[in-house]
Design a protein around this ligand. Structure first.
Ligand SMILES: [Zn+2]
Ligand SMILES: [Zn+2]
Length: 252
């Protein structure tokens, strides 16, 4: 199996997964590469969502050495984007030798989209606002290698993907895709959607088709696993679907 480029461990505040457990599972799945991308969201709501980066590099480099004959270990990060702290976020990204930075949007109106009940609006307004926020964050930041889980917000709506389609959000999604293409930033294909019941990997296949239509060509794949059981989740079926999109090229 190919590599998994979106993996969380106990360094993320929302995961308890031991690094070794993730590595052993990746080796068992015969993966060529694994890239750890723990959450670093300096300005996430009031408290931040971060880890001790010194310890992270020390621990990950030790594992990389120990597992070097079995799998290539990459040290990355999933970096939270916003539009108010771009200088600080960019400075952080440059200060450490991350091999791979996923830029993700995890807050909307200073709240967490995961907590749907905190928003007093319809799902349609919720999704539309999130997409516009993503486009703004992509335009405002230059510190990331790939844009994470484009339509993950539909996991948290009351109606989930029931009324969601590319066509219904064409204007907002096109803003995202155009910003990525102009900045030459690849799109992440994030299989957590398959694990979390929306029935597709993020973004929806129709969004990928539109990305190609607009001239987008590059993607990379990750499971967003927060435990070993979800590592490489849905990779085979997603890979088959991606292979049919002949213009799309994996960056890894
Ligand atoms: Zn994320
Ligand atoms: Zn993630």
């Amino acid at each position: 199996m190919r590599g998994d480029w979106h993996v969380h461990t106990r360094f993320s505040l929302d995961s308890d997964a031991p690094v070794r457990e993730m590595l052993d599972r990746a080796v068992a799945l015969k993966m060529t590469d694994i890239c750890f991308t723990d959450h670093y969201d300096m300005f996430f709501l009031d408290e931040g969502f971060t880890f001790d980066v010194d310890e992270y590099f020390r621990v990950m480099q030790e594992y990389r050495e120990e597992y070097r004959d079995r799998i290539r270990v990459h040290i990355g990060v999933e970096l939270g984007l916003d539009t108010e702290h771009t200088a600080e976020i960019g400075e952080f990204a440059k200060s450490w030798p991350f091999e791979y930075i996923i830029g993700s949007v995890h807050k909307l109106f200073e709240k967490d989209p995961y907590e749907r009940a905190d928003y007093d609006c319809t799902d349609e307004e919720f999704y539309r606002a999130y997409f516009l926020r993503c486009a703004e964050c992509i335009r405002a930041n230059d510190c990331f290698d790939v844009f994470g889980h484009l339509d993950y917000v539909v996991r948290y709506g009351y109606s989930k993907a029931e009324h969601y389609s590319y066509a219904a959000y064409k204007r907002e999604i096109d803003e995202i895709l155009k910003a990525l293409i102009e900045k030459n930033i690849p799109l992440e294909v994030n299989t957590a959607g398959l694990a979390k019941g929306v029935g597709f990997a993020h973004p929806h296949p129709d969004v990928l088709k539109r990305y190609i239509e607009l001239g987008g060509r590059q993607y990379n794949m990750g499971s967003d696993a927060h435990d070993a059981a979800h590592l490489g989740w849905g990779f085979e079926e997603t890979e088959k679907a991606l292979n049919k999109l002949v213009f799309l090229q994996s960056i890894r």
